[in-house]
Ligand binder design. Structure first.
Ligand code: ATP
Length: 267
C-alpha cells in the first residue's frame, strides 16, 4: 500500500506536517508517509520509492517502531567506522533525501563524510533535484551529478558513481539500498554500513554493519554517537569495531520481528 492509499481519512491532516497532531498515535508514521508523498510530488522520490516505504513500514511495525538495543549498538559502531575512515561517503537516494535531509547533512558535517546522490532509477533531473534539496538543507558539496566511474558488475545507469565519492571511498553508508548494488559495493571492498528495516534483505546481509532501524531514527542516532565518540582514540574506535558482531545484530532483529521478544534476549 502506498501512503496515499492507506492514509484514508487522515489524508487532509497529512497535507501539512504541522497539521498532524503530535499526540496522534500514528504521528511518526503519518509524517513519514507525508514526506515520501511530498518527495514524489517534488520529483525527488521515485514511484518505486513509495513501494519501498510501504515495505519498510511493515517491518518497522513488527520491530515495535523503536530503535532496538542491537540496532543502537550497530549505530554506535557505524559512527566509529565513519570517524575512523579515510574517505567516508553517505550515499543518498530519493527516499533518504525526502525523509531526513537535515539529519544527513548534519551527519556528514560531524563525521567529515561526503554526500553523494546515488540512485537506482537514475535520471539527471532527479539527481539535480535531490542535490538542490540537500543544498537547501545546508549541504555545501553534493557529489554524483556527473559520475565518471562505475561499480563493476552493474549495468548502465545503476552502476554510476562519482570518482571522488563512492568510487574512492573506504566506508560507505547506504540507507535503503537495493540488494544488488549493496552486494556489488561490498565486492569492491568497500566497508558498507547499510540501514534497512528488513534484516532478511540482501543489502544488510552484505554489510559490515547492518543497521536494522528506520533511517529517520538511525541517521540522527549515528550523528549523536559520532559527537560522543569524536574525542575517542583510533585504538578505542578499532576496539568498538572489532567487538561488533554483525550476525548477532541481524539475528536479534529477526527474532524481534518473528517473536516480539526484546533484542537483548537474543544477544
Ligand atoms: P533485496 O534485493 O536486498 O531484498 P529489496 O528488494 O528488499 O532488496 P527494495 O524493494 O528496494 O529492496 O526495498 C527497499 C528496502 O528498504 C526494504 O527492505 C525496506 O525494508 C527498506 N526501507 C524502506 N523504508 C525504510 C526506512 N524508512 N528506513 C529503513 N529502511 C527502509
Amino acid at each position: 500500500m502506498t501512503g496515499s492509499e492507506s492514509d484514508g481519512g487522515t489524508g487532509t491532516e497529512a497535507e501539512n506536517e504541522a497539521g498532524i497532531p503530535a499526540d496522534h498515535p500514528r504521528y511518526e508514521s503519518l509524517v513519514t508517509r507525508h514526506r515520501i508523498e511530498a518527495g514524489v510530488e517534488a520529483g525527488i522520490t521515485s514511484h518505486q520509492g513509495l513501494i519501498a516505504e510501504g515495505r519498510g513500514e511493515a517491518f518497522d511495525y513488527l520491530l515495535g517502531e523503536e530503535t532496538i538495543e542491537s540496532a543502537a549498538r550497530a549505530e554506535r559502531v557505524a559512527a566509529a567506522y565513519l570517524l575512523g575512515a579515510d574517505w567516508p561517503v553517505l550515499s543518498i537516494n530519493g527516499n533518504a533525501a525526502a525523509l531526513c535531509p537535515d539529519e544527513l547533512v548534519a551527519l556528514a558535517a560531524v563525521t567529515g563524510a561526503k554526500l553523494e546522490v546515488n540512485l537506482f532509477d537514475r535520471t539527471a533531473e532527479r539527481v539535480e533535484r535531490i542535490a538542490a534539496h540537500l543544498r537547501e538543507h545546508g549541504a555545501e558539496e553534493v557529489l554524483g551529478i556527473e559520475p565518471a566511474e562505475r561499480i563493476p558488475g552493474l549495468s548502465s545507469e545503476r552502476g554510476k558513481v562519482a570518482a571522488e565519492g563512492i568510487y574512492a571511498a573506504d566506508v560507505v553508508l547506504v540507507p535503503i539500498e537495493d540488494g544488488d548494488r549493496a552486494e556489488a559495493l561490498a565486492a569492491m571492498g568497500k566497508t558498507e554500513i547499510v540501514i534497512d528495516l528488513n534484516p532478511l534483505s540482501r543489502s544488510p546481509r552484505s554489510a559490515a554493519v547492518p543497521v536494522i532501524d528506520d533511517v529517520l531514527r538511525a541517521i540522527p542516532n549515528i550523528a549523536n554517537y559520532a559527537r560522543e565518540l569524536s574525542e575517542t582514540s583510533p585504538a578505542e574506535l578499532d576496539d568498538l569495531i572489532e567487538n561488533f558482531d554483525r550476525e548477532a545484530a541481524l539475528e536479534a532483529a529477526e527474532k524481534r520481528i518473528r517473536t516480539g521478544e526484546s533484542s537483548d534476549e537474543a544477544d
